[in-house]
Design a protein around this ligand. Sequence first.
Ligand code: SF4
Length: 439
Amino acid sequence: MKKVAFYTLGCKLNYSETSTISRMFENKGYQKVEFDQTPDIFIINTCSVTENADKKCKKIVKEAKKISPNSYVTIIGCYAQLKPQEIATIKGVDAVLGAAEKFRLIELLDGFAKEQEAKVLASEIQEATVFNNAFSINDRTRTFLKVQDGCNYGCAFCTIPLARGKSRSDSIANILDSAREIAASDVKEVVLTGVNIGDFGIQDGKRKERFADLVTALDEIEGINRFRISSIEPNLLTNETIEFVSRSKRFVPHFHIPLQSGSNTMLRAMGRRYLRELYEDRVSKIKTLMPHCCIGVDVIVGFPGETEELFLETYNFLNELPISYLHVFTYSERANTRATEMGGVVPMKVRNERSKMLRILSEKKRRQFYQENLGKTYTVLFEEDVEEGKMHGFTENYIRVSAKYDPMLINETKLVQLVEINEKGSVDIEEPEIVYEKH
Ligand code: SF4
């Protein structure tokens, strides 16, 4: 029995895809092992957004060859689609597969027999038109369910459309089947995942279904306690979806909405499809209906043309908004994007300083949000990690809580009262009584 190991870089989508590909291997009789358990085959799923993707990829290949010198090393993922020839020259790589090929790798690399030269099977990205469904079952608590792939937008800084192709989605019927399968495996929380999930519904190049109908249908699935919408573009987050979440049985009050900049000048330069007024309106709609809702924000600092004044516009905008945390990205040049041709390049030192300012703001926002929720009662889903005798979990509105470790609580939900913010930044709760709700 051949042994296969996986390594994943990047986003939730990559994790869901690695997980599905690993199940394909297991179904064909391969044995899935850990990276250091001398595998015969390595599958490395790469990311193009990761800083120094090339260096990371080389490092992992080197590590793999150290563990199993005669192993077969295959590179897939966004970076593999963008730079297949370059990757093929990395010492130790046996095959590189693009976006249109990665789900067929067992059949395409028939037997994984080593050859003199690395095999490159990466069609042009226009060929990646098929939707391959995927979901992760790595830990028992939470699953990433892929519902959409690719993107038809062309933001000036982004390589994702070049690496993943046009927007396309699974059908609602298929997604419901996957959700039922996940429910049967005792997973309690499902995170809907995609590149641009608000654009859900395109099949074979035509818009056939709507995101609002997908969430409504999923809400009826028995056996899954929680659904989380991972990240959704503000211009695609409709009143209908917000209102639905506010009365949903299973969709939790948590949105992650990319902003990227709080300056309209920058939003236009980035090619984003909204202005700050629309963003403000979305946040206000959410908070009016769900004052306890958690709102996460993606923001990029140091994009070309971002002067001190324009950065401060972003800072002040975020400071005023009732948001709960930020994911801060320091802009870095990516080949084949429009942004690399723009003037007004921001020195790296300034980019880093701005990033630091926003990270501090993020901590302040998170603390404020936690503070507002102290004394309230929420449901926590406990996870497997243990740290210094403590276990953790998240409330439905994404507050990280800490409790004394009790193995019986893993993957269980429990009603708790939030008591105080501890020195690690999590929230301590009333010691759970030993009353388990089994769903
Ligand atoms: S919406 Fe913009 S940033 Fe997001 S994947 Fe599409 S092109 Fe990239």
